[in-house]
Design a protein around this ligand. Structure first.
Ligand SMILES: Cc1ncc(COP(=O)(O)O)c(C=O)c1O
Length: 427
């Protein structure tokens, strides 16, 4: 496979961009080799600057549920662009997107758009602190909520691979109010609530974790969080930046039947454009400026082009499409897991329908330490390059979830399965 143009472009990138990238995991540090420089995408495939085609399972880190350059999303963006790019005023498109989201997610009475998932989380936490007049935040080990200072402790995704699992440059004062406990550990949750219930502003969780690979909440875990936070007037925040609109219209909260106080969204709701949003209970959201005394603002928040892409994306989602994505993914994971079992390969897919990750052992992964035990940097890197050579693009780090879109076909997934089987059989 010729990648000389990618090599040339990446060496140019390294001279002007930090590490040649604008987000660390793109640099292939976990898998080695030269990061590919992409030039265009259509449907389930994208193409590098050498003209090689790849079936994309990274999908802009989960944002592209309809695949690349979906016709109706592109048309909506063109139409919005022709009218103008940014006004810094209220527009119809942002009302439309807000209405669509609030109709589908009943826990959201009012919503505020921002420009990234990080910004959504950072703002939701400020709001929770303002509303409760308390300072402490409880998170769970291995959950990643973006790169805001307060939550960069024992975080998943790229942060997990920093030497101290916490970024330098975060003053101790910024994390002194952050508590972090193991995911799915109900007893530890009881303990921490018992100790800190009067100081806790909020509990924030990925209701299905996606940043230490995919980890599902154990039966009753989310309900326990809901009951105890409610009892002690602690705000429960679901970070659904990754899970929002992923498997159904209502997010993981619909699948588990839990109503959080606040929800953070991003990725899918922007159709591939930069976006974040947070919303929830009316009485809490009304504490935000201009109605209330918690400040948060943004020059580009609710940008009309972004909103148009979001509206067009959500318009194209329907229960038939979700069924197709979910069934295709479930068929793939079941089938490949059966191969792992039959052939005694120490691996399995942990999955939340179309959001999946590969574990390098058979036993269940339910928290950060079991995710660490099931991680295999070297083997993953070899598999990544085997797939890449065969025209398949997976996330370049084994803790990043991979996704499928409505553009992926059963035969795409069959091909992926065959290439995985081929890899493990040759070992
Ligand atoms: C669960 C979760 N929250 C927050 C974020 C941060 O979003 P962004 O990268 O848009 O800032 C991410 C990013 O992957 C995420 O997965």
């Amino acid at each position: 496979m010729k990648i000389s143009n990618s090599k040339k472009e990446f060496s140019r990138a390294q001279k002007v961009l930090v590490g040649g990238v604008n987000s660390p995991v793109r640099a292939f540090k976990k898998v080695g080799g030269t990061p590919l420089v992409m030039s265009r995408g259509r449907g389930a495939k994208f193409y590098d600057v050498d003209g090689n085609a790849y079936t994309d399972y990274c999908l802009s880190w989960g944002a592209l549920i309809l695949g690349h350059a979906h016709k109706e999303v592109v048309a909506a963006v063109h139409k919005a662009l022709k009218n103008g790019i940014s006004y810094g005023t209220t527009t119809k498109a942002e009302i439309d997107l807000a209405q669509t989201i609030t109709q589908h997610i009943p826990s959201i009475d009012l919503i505020r758009f921002v420009n990234s998932g990080t910004e959504a989380v950072m703002s939701a936490i400020r709001l929770a602190r303002g509303y409760t007049s308390r300072n402490k935040v409880l998170k769970f080990d291995g959950c990643y909520h973006g790169h805001c200072d307060d939550l960069l402790t024992t975080a998943g995704s790229g942060v997990a691979f920093l030497a101290s699992s916490t970024s330098r440059g975060v003053p101790p004062a910024h994390v002194q109010n952050t508590l972090s406990i193991p995911y799915n550990d109900t007893q530890e949750f009881f303990n921490i609530i018992e100790r800190h219930r009067k100081e806790l502003a909020c509990v924030i969780i990925e209701p299905v974790a996606g940043n230490m690979g995919v980890v599902l909440p154990k039966k009753g875990f989310l309900r326990t969080l809901r009951e105890l936070t409610h009892k002690h007037s602690i705000i429960l925040i679901f970070d659904e930046v990754m899970t929002g609109f992923r498997t159904n219209f209502g997010g993981a909260q619909a699948d588990w039947g839990i109503r959080p106080d606040l929800t953070c969204l991003g990725k899918i709701i922007g159709g591939g454009f930069p976006i974040g949003a947070y919303g929830g209970r009316r009485d809490i959201m009304k504490r935000l400026a201009p109605l209330g005394d918690v400040y948060q603002a943004g020059t580009f928040s609710g940008n009309p082009v972004v909103m148009a892409a979001g509206v067009a994306t959500l318009k194209n989602l329907n229960s038939r499409l979700y069924k197709q994505i979910n069934d295709t993914a479930e068929h793939f994971t079941k089938d490949t897991n059966a191969f792992f079992k039959e052939c005694h390969v120490p691996a399995h897919f942990s999955a939340y329908k179309g959001m999946m990750s590969l574990r390098f052992r058979q036993s269940e992964v339910y928290d950060y330490s079991s995710a660490q035990a099931a991680s295999s940097g070297v083997l993953y890197a070899k598999l990544f390059h085997h797939l890449l050579k065969n025209g398949i693009y997976w996330p370049p780090a084994d803790w990043e979830a991979f996704f499928i879109s409505s553009a992926h076909t059963l035969s795409d997934l069959k091909y992926l399965r065959n290439k995985i089987v081929e890899f493990f059989k040759a070992k």
